[in-house]
Write a protein that binds this ligand. Structure first.
Ligand SMILES: C[S@@+](CC[C@H](N)C(=O)[O-])C[C@H]1O[C@@H](n2cnc3c(N)ncnc32)[C@H](O)[C@@H]1O
Length: 193
């Protein structure tokens, strides 16, 4: 009798162990597509190349992995009005893959690309690296700089302003929406202070 109970217990234990072995743990990278493709874009007479996805990842917060229509429109406008930003310093909100900064790098004095998403910041930095040796950097350019910025995060805004005490001539953003209206105003006021 005792022996039979032991056998049953052993059998249950084995079954449990087998079940545990079947549990597959997925870390967050399973849900992130970072198979970026080097892609060509043309704005007016300017051609640029950068890494981006061609369709969105499963995570709604990874919208910045691809180029949005707003950035295409903004870049089109800027490429036709280069003199507007000539020699200026710019901060961009919600930069995504960084297509606007990369276009402006040729004629801006300084362009700070920001985003709140760490995965998006990785692709911004990859694209900055791709362009760091590019020949279209003007002699006055301080180049492209990536910074983490969640809209309305005062600590992050102050950190950026400490690094760039002169503020910025322009704040750009394409295909972004602002949930808390007074926070961007704070950025503008501080930037022009
Ligand atoms: C629709 S995408 C636009 C990306 C790029 N500007 C374009 O047009 O291709 C919105 C971007 O804003 C960023 N974003 C969304 N909410 C944000 C927040 N609260 N703070 C900072 N960035 C944010 C996303 O990570 C994403 O890169």
């Amino acid at each position: 009798m005792e022996e039979k109970r032991d056998q049953k217990l052993q059998h249950h234990k084995k079954e449990n162990e087998e079940e545990e072995e079947e549990i597959v743990c997925l870390d967050e990278s399973f849900f992130i597509n970072d198979d970026y493709q080097l892609t060509n874009f043309t704005f007016g007479s300017q051609q640029i190349q950068l890494f981006c996805l061609h369709s969105a990842s499963t995570d709604f917060d990874l919208t910045g992995q691809l180029v949005w229509p707003g950035a295409m429109l903004l870049n089109d406008y800027l490429s036709k009005n280069v003199e507007m930003l000539q020699g200026c310093s710019v901060i961009e909100l919600g930069s995504g893959v960084g297509i606007t900064g990369i276009l402006c790098n040729g004629f801006c004095h300084k362009f700070v690309l920001t985003d709140h998403n760490d995965e998006v910041l990785k692709i911004i930095k990859k694209n900055i690296k791709l362009h760091s040796c590019s020949e279209d950097t003007s002699p006055t350019s301080h180049g492209l700089i990536a910074e983490k910025l969640e809209w309305g995060n005062k600590d992050q805004i102050n950190e950026i302003l400490q690094k760039h005490p002169g503020g910025f001539d322009f704040i750009l953003g394409a295909d972004i929406y602002i949930l808390i209206v007074y926070n961007p105003t704070y950025i503008i006021l501080k930037s022009y202070a």
